[in-house]
Design a protein around this ligand. Structure first.
Ligand SMILES: [Zn+2]
Length: 82
């Protein structure tokens, strides 16, 4: 089985102004990491597929938010409904 990332079957939504990273999920949706970036502690992630989001903490440095967002993208099988 190929592990190559394939393009999403869904249209990529508009990119918010403060978007730092967008991960494609296993289900073909997207997890957005937004905030002010590497040297700020106000970054967060939210999943456009299932609606889950970062918490505990809700906002933190990119170094902490990034791996959580990537892990969620790998696990999430929800498809975008909008
Ligand atoms: Zn999700």
């Amino acid at each position: 089985m190929s592990t190559a990332v394939r393009p999403s079957a869904f249209t990529e939504p508009d990119r918010p102004k403060n978007l730092q990273i967008r991960f494609m999920t296993t289900g073909g949706s997207f997890v957005d990491v937004t905030g002010h970036g590497e040297h700020f502690d106000n970054n967060s992630w939210n999943c456009l597929g299932c609606g889950d989001a970062s918490r505990s903490p809700e906002r933190d440095g990119l170094w902490r938010i990034r791996p959580d967002a990537n892990t969620h993208a790998t696990a999430c099988r929800a498809i975008p409904l909008k």
